[in-house]
Design a binder for this molecule. Structure first.
Ligand code: ADP
Ligand code: MG
Length: 236
């Protein structure tokens, strides 16, 4: 039994079927990535897991427990926290307020402040900008904030939706170094990316998603040298 087990989920937007039976697993401590073109269903897969767009059929289990029918807040409570596509920081709130919001379900005050310090260690830029309004920060800084906010939920599984989207290469590199660090410290991560270069570097295993279905899955190392993957997702 895998820690996170997604089995044959089908997810719809009205009549539009976005996922046509997606299955994947993530073991405890792993970093797994899902790569695919725009519109392949990457965000929908993460949103299905976090309960924002629940699947119509199929199963999602965390540590053996079925979660696919639970409301999003309960799924967060069980330890699945998402950094959404497009970051979605609260623009008029400060960095610190955004981070504190990530802990809204927690009551362990000392744990919350320890995690806040840990996030400021991981992202010194957020530490420097604690009282700055999120909306006045750069895209890369807001991405750090979105990841930090998800970490403040004390996740057992961290879901990251395109952390490199719209961000300068330098900041992308820095963010990926931090993702690698978070994973080394023991965090289980499911990461989706259109730009596969960094994602395949930090992950153990990867799935390729094409029009709502998994078309390939292998170790990230093998996928990196797969000619079709190189052509379609690595720009080589
Ligand atoms: N809110 C929505 N309403 C209708 N269709 C949607 C909506 N969001 C996504 N889709 C469709 O679902 C499919 C998968 O989208 P998405 O999961 O966002 O892909 P990706 O994240 O891989 O770019 C696409 O065909 C997209 O047009
Ligand atoms: Mg997406």
């Amino acid at each position: 039994m895998a820690f996170l087990e997604v089995a044959d989920i089908k997810t719809y937007y009205g009549n539009i079927q976005a996922l046509k039976g997606v299955s994947l697993t993530v073991e405890e401590g792993e970093c797994v990535t899902l790569i695919g073109s725009n519109g392949a269903g990457k965000s929908t897969t993460l949103r299905s897991i976090s309960g924002l767009t629940p699947p119509r059929t199929g199963s999602i289990k965390l540590a053996g427990e079925e979660i696919s029918l639970l409301p999003p807040q309960e799924i967060v409570g069980l330890g699945i926290c998402q950094s959404p596509e497009g970051r979605k920081c609260f623009q008029r709130m400060t960095v610190r307020e955004n981070l504190e919001l990530g802990a809204y379900l927690r009551r362990d005050t000392s744990g919350i402040s320890a995690d806040l310090n840990r996030i400021f260690e991981l992202f010194p830029r957020l530490d420097e900008r604690q009282s700055q309004k999120a909306g006045t920060m750069s895209g890369g800084e807001q991405q750090m904030l979105a990841i930090g906010r998800a970490l403040m939920g004390k996740p057992k599984v961290l879901l990251l939706d395109e952390p490199s989207m719209g961000i300068s290469p330098v900041l992308t590199e820095r963010i990926y170094e931090t993702i690698e660090q978070i994973n080394k410290d023991g965090m289980t991560i499911l990461l989706v990316e259109q730009n596969a270069n960094f994602a395949l570097d930090v992950s153990n295993r990867a799935y390729v998603l094409e029009t709502g279905k998994v078309s390939l899955s292998d170790s990230s190392e093998n996928l990196r040298t797969n000619p079709e993957v190189q052509k379609a997702y690595l720009g080589t």
